[in-house]
Design a binder for this molecule. Structure first.
Ligand code: NAD
Length: 478
């Protein structure tokens, strides 16, 4: 079989960019991305895409309507496809009075059920979502239990390693593509088919094939290792602050060891994003189920240190401001979980903002790309609260009055910082390093504080201007 049509279930941060790049690089393949969300599909078909990702607009513009389509007609796209990616969200669910946390596979299961209901002929079904080890078995069980005559399936694991903010570059120049499939005596034809798709632009040497379970576990392991490096350097940042060592110098000295390397050694307020915490919790749960409590406890520490770092940073802000922020005006610069994305899922800014709100602060938030400030969803644990966007000035609606009064969303950093007691940098946006801090200082209440949770500003320059500066892993002399 030669793959002529691909369907991707899930038009999110992974499904959208991944399929756009496949369409760009495989003009001989028609790619249809489907989603149950009408709004999301309408946005993918509009001039304003639902996600911000550098380079994505151009790729979509080049392919949309030619060999790239976005649709809510899930059944038709599945029927017509030779290969189906399942790229739906796999959030974390809590159970046992909130104590247990594991991957919630309800969307993966529903995607498998839709495939089972409508598929015709032979289909290669590819797990693109990040899933627990042996999830492919559960998907196959759903497909086989509902199998009609004339329909057959092969299932593969093909986890995605893209990073938000650099997704297009990551997809075009992937370090590796991982494809997991069942070993058979005749070889695995489905693995070869999927290899053929990627070989349109990825050198064969960078396409790794493994068994299905290694592939599923490798995705969890890769995220656990990345998050572990951040928690390792963050744990040392506390030691630096207590001793006078400088965490940037320590990271540089440690990272020069070619066995360790310099990447992911940047101390910060903590990691965020929809994946690291979720995937480690997933790994911890698997270890617990496998009766491997020591291994579970080992990886749990990576999350615990991250929570500790966010709390430590938030507590430092309050302590430094005379131990009270009640009615103080505080600017939060950056709300996305990292630069070059508008995604706020698990952003450390949410933790910081919530802590400050709990203590009675008035927040002034600015982020260059975030349009959905979902702080109150977290604050009040309300799902799907309605948030509207005015083109230049996003604002929050349907908020309980006290929060509405406590948060102002600004359209630039100068207005956000004007009249405030303190600035808290939560995202490492490049534009924050180019701000005119002389001008900002003049418009702030004195003493004016800066808390740099990303270590991106020139702290010595800020101190010279007159700011009281606090950062991570470094003592500031006054
Ligand atoms: P997302 O929430 O942005 O998108 C998922 C989409 O799937 C949503 O639009 C939702 O409406 C749709 N969906 C859910 N169930 C559906 C169904 N039954 N039929 C049709 N549509 C359905 O999620 P995402 O960030 O794209 O992540 C998808 C998967 O990829 C997750 O497992 C995630 O862990 C993994 N992943 C994410 C990233 C990342 O950086 N976001 C990176 C690598 C892997």
């Amino acid at each position: 079989m030669v793959i002529k049509k691909i369907c991707c279930i899930g038009a999110g941060y992974v499904g959208g960019p991944t399929c756009s790049v496949i369409a760009l690089k495989c003009p001989d393949i028609t790619v249809t991305v489907v989603d149950k969300s009408k709004e999301r599909i309408a946005q993918w078909n509009s001039e304003k895409l639902p996600i911000y990702e550098p380079g994505l607009d151009e790729v979509v513009r080049q392919c949309r309507g030619i060999n790239l389509f976005f649709s809510t007609n899930i059944a038709t796209a599945i029927k017509e496809a030779d290969l189906i990616f399942i790229s739906v969200n796999t959030p974390t669910k809590t159970f046992g009075n909130g104590k247990g946390r594991a991957a919630d596979l309800k969307y993966v299961e529903s995607a498998a059920r839709i495939i089972a209901d409508v598929a015709t002929g032979h289909k290669i079904v590819v797990e693109k979502s990040t899933v627990p080890v042996r999830a492919a078995e559960s998907i196959m069980n759903v497909l086989r239990a509902n199998q009609r005559s004339g329909v057959s399936y092969q299932i593969l694991s093909n986890p995605e390693f893209l990073s938000e903010g650099t997704a297009i570059d990551n997809l075009l120049n992937a370090d590796r593509v991982l494809i997991g499939g069942e070993d058979t005596n005749e070889g695995n034809a489905a693995v070869e088919e999927l290899c053929w798709v990627y070989e349109h632009w990825i050198p064969r040497i960078n396409i790794i094939t493994t068994n299905t379970w290694s592939s599923e576990l490798s995705k969890l392991a890769a995220n656990a290792f990345l998050a572990q490096r951040i928690s390792s350097i963050n744990s040392l940042s506390a030691v630096c602050e207590a001793t006078g060592a400088n965490v940037s110098e320590v990271a540089m000295a440690v990272g020069r060891d070619s066995r360790i390397g310099p990447k992911f050694l940047q101390a910060s307020v903590g990691f965020g994003g929809s994946c690291f915490q979720k995937d480690i919790l997933n790994l911890v749960y698997i270890c617990e189920c496998l009766n491997l409590p020591e291994v579970a406890a080992y990886w749990q520490q990576v999350i615990d240190i991250n929570e500790y770092q966010k709390s430590r940073f938030s507590a430092k802000i309050i302590e430094s401001l005379f131990n009270t922020v009640t009615d103080k005006q505080i600017a939060i610069l950056g709300f996305a979980f990292k630069k070059d994305t508008g995604d706020t899922r698990e952003s450390p800014a949410i933790h910081v903002a919530k802590t400050l709100l709990d203590e009675g602060a008035k927040l002034h938030i600015y982020d260059p790309k975030v349009v959905i400030f979902n702080i109150s969803c977290y604050y009040f644990n309300v799902e799907n609260c309605q948030i509207l966007e005015d083109l230049t000035h996003p604002y929050i609606t349907d908020e309980p009055e006290n929060v509405k009064d406590s948060i102002t969303i600004h359209s630039n950093a100068y207005s956000a910082t004007s009249g405030t007691h303190a600035i808290v940098v939560c995202t490492e946006w490049d534009e924050f390093t180019a701000l005119d801090f002389q001008k900002i200082y003049k418009n702030m209440i004195k003493p004016a504080y800066v808390f740099d949770g990303r270590m991106i500003l020139n702290h010595e320059e800020l101190a010279k201007i007159g700011f009281v500066v606090h950062t991570i892993g470094k003592r500031m002399s006054r």
